[in-house]
Design a protein around this ligand. Structure first.
Ligand code: SF4
Ligand code: MSK
Length: 640
């Protein structure tokens, strides 16, 4: 295990990355780290969130230290500007997850009505469970009929024009949390005389609401803007992301607990290597599936390759990893490094978290860099348009493109770092409950008797401002040492998998209580729950425990962290955790510190109003201290 590896390179704590960075330095390949250095010093107004360019009287910037202008040309204050910028980040993040969910719902509809035959209902049990949760009748009905109703409810969640709360949220959110948000809306109305919504209506509406209210000359009230950011983010967590997760399980199969390999060592020198990167598994699952077809196997063998080896990167990688057990090449900051191995014949991308620099870098190698989405075109890439109704044929074409590139590989330039760790993955709520005997009670008992102090959910990305994976590794190790079970998703999950923290020997790094539980159940102390949209699985787990105990999520000893966060999606995730009653640690600093009122609302007022709040901390051990403190305070409040 490389958990304690701090590297000899301030850029990454992953030995495979350090090995590849030496090659990058030697060969002069540009990387995120090099371009980051060239960006120094970065704009401090941007870092504090106090620059505004939403109208053409600007750009305006406010010096929070009082040496410059205190208002924008229109009179906007620093707090207004910070809150508007934050709201727009939440809207973009929510929209990205939710638009992904919409495509899955449309696909389920097409499968149900028979207009798409390339996909099937793969998990009937999950379909019936989701339908039951949504109060859709199932008895005596055909599966396509039930699926059509589930798809209709999901699609209505995007475009319903009513004022009622989002149906998926209403049916999945624990009753006490729903009531608390409703009560808070009523209290704010009574005390201010103005409407402040917190329970989301339709998903599309909440994002559009932010685009509208942050237009020139609309909402300038920091509390109102922050409230709408939380509301929009809740429409992601309990709406768009949840729909993506639940419907993907129905169509592609629910993940099951299984061992996989993670890190660049999953690339194979003798095989055609196809890296799938992005977020939407509707395509990547097909690439994985078609790679096994007789046609592709024969084509690979015909050019002298051992096989077609599909491996993952980022979240679409997480999705195929969990469902098909493919290897995981790495997280966000590994994307350039994977190409530099010289062993990638095609990198196939869909949407989100894809560096445009990958096109240029690929052109230095034989690698085909293939974009597939109308929403993510990159100059210099080969575009093969993905269409769900022709998925089998398009996935086959992509694989054949990779096979055709294989003979052009310059073997003298191939360098695959021999690092890969075993990780046990696939801990969905269903799998966790199954391991516990079908109910959350054993987990509750372990928490009540103190064997496990609480649960930490860690999410998010790599960020070039933090040594790659270092915060993820140290924080996770510190938490399990303190008998705190760690669950999580996204690029954090890949960092944990690469470092061996998701393998059984990591049990010995845990405190005595957590270690004994993990040994008894045969699980690691760090659980992979999926991709970024699968943060909804964490909400569901928290909701299942809260409902089981008839308490609010904010009463439970739960805490979250996004220690190397990068994207606007991470802002949405953090905000819906906070809106769901979970305190969330962030590093690097979010661009809000230039707005003292916004900072106070998010770090202090939210604690009383929502039961969840944000805090920032740069040091991973100090972060673990704070997370443990929150867990112990919550335990104290519960009297345990
Ligand atoms: Fe400046 Fe106001 Fe225009 Fe923003 S909206 S750019 S603060 S004038
Ligand atoms: S991929 S959002 S860099 S976790 Fe989901 Fe990783 Fe963050 Fe993208």
């Amino acid at each position: 295990m490389d958990v304690a590896y701090e590297g000899h390179d301030k850029r990454s704590a992953d030995p495979a990355a350090v090995e590849m960075l030496r090659i990058a330095d030697r060969e002069g390949y540009a990387t995120i780290w090099e371009r980051y250095e060239k960006q120094q010093p970065q704009c401090s107004y941007g870092q504090l969130g106090t620059c505004c360019r939403i109208c053409s009287m600007g750009p305006c910037r406010i010096d929070p230290f009082g040496d410059g202008p205190t208002h924008g040309v229109c009179g906007a204050t620093a707090d207004t500007i910070v809150a508007r910028n934050l709201a727009r980040m939440a809207a973009v993040g929510s929209s990205s997850h939710s638009d992904h969910g919409r495509k899955v719902a449309l696909l389920l509809k097409a499968v149900a009505d028979g207009s798409n035959t390339d996909y099937q209902i793969s998990d009937e049990k999950k379909l019936l469970a989701v339908a039951t949760r949504l109060h859709i009748p199932i008895t005596g009905r055909s599966l396509p009929g039930v699926a059509a109703d589930v798809a209709a409810v999901a699609l209505d969640c995007f475009g319903n024009q009513g004022e009622e709360p989002l149906v998926f949220m209403e049916k999945y959110m624990p009753a006490k949390r729903f009531q608390r948000l409703k009560g808070l809306e009523e209290t704010l109305y009574k005390t201010t005389g103005a409407k402040t919504g917190l329970l989301p209506r339709a998903i599309d509406r909440e994002a559009v609401d932010i685009l509208h209210r942050t237009h020139f000359g609309c909402d300038h009230d920091p509390l109102s803007l922050v409230a709408q950011s939380i509301r929009c983010s809740l429409s992601d967590g309990w709406g768009g992301s949840l729909i993506a997760t639940e419907l993907q399980d129905i169509l592609l199969g629910s993940p099951t607990i299984r061992p996989v390999k993670a890190n660049l060592g999953v690339l194979e020198a003798e095989s055609v290597n196809v890296v799938v990167h992005g977020h939407e598994p509707i395509l990547s699952a097909k690439v994985g599936e078609m790679a096994q077809s007789e046609e592709c196997r024969r084509a690979a063998e015909a050019i002298g390759a051992k096989r077609v080896n599909v491996v993952g990167l980022c979240c679409t990688g997480n999705e195929v990893l969990l469902r098909q057990g493919v290897g995981m090449a790495g997280n966000e900051s590994h994307s350039e490094l994977a190409i530099m191995t010289g062993a990638v014949d095609a990198m196939v991308v869909d949407v989100q978290c894809i560096y445009p620099a990958l096109a240029d870098l690929s052109s230095c190698f034989h690698t085909k860099f293939i974009t597939t989405s109308e929403q993510a075109k990159i100059p210099g890439a080969l575009h093969i348009q993905f269409e769900e109704q022709h998925a089998d044929a398009i996935a086959t074409r992509i694989i054949k493109t990779a096979i055709a590139a294989f003979p052009n590989r310059n073997k003298a330039r191939v360098h695959i770092p021999q690092h890969s760790s075993t990780a046990i993955v696939g801990f969905t709520v269903e799998e966790i409950l199954k391991a516990l005997g079908g109910t959350p009670q054993p987990l509750v008992d372990l928490i009540v008797n103190g064997t496990i102090k609480g649960v930490a959910g860690i999410v998010g990305c790599n960020n070039v401002k933090v040594q790659q994976d270092f915060f993820h590794r140290v924080l996770t190790t510190e938490l399990i040492k303190r008998d705190i079970l760690v669950i999580g998703t996204g690029c954090w999950a890949i960092a944990a998998a690469k470092s061996g923290l998701m393998d059984l020997p990591a049990q010995d790094l845990a405190g005595s209580g957590l270690k004994a539980v993990c040994k008894q159940l045969g699980i690691p102390p760090v659980l992979h729950m999926g991709s970024c949209v699968d943060c909804s699985r964490m909400l569901n787990l928290a909701g299942a425990i809260a409902d089981h105990l008839a308490v609010d999520i904010s009463d439970l000893p739960l805490v979250g962290s996004a220690p190397e966060w990068t994207t606007e999606k991470a802002v949405a995730i953090g905000s819906y955790f906070v809106g769901s009653g979970i305190p969330v640690h962030l590093w690097p600093l979010p661009p809000i510190l230039g707005g003292p009122e916004v900072t106070r609302i998010l770090t202090q007022d939210a604690r009383d109003l929502l039961g969840g709040w944000f805090f920032v901390e740069e040091d991973p051990v100090a972060t673990a201290d704070q997370m443990e403190k929150i867990i112990m305070e919550r335990r104290g409040a519960l009297g345990i």
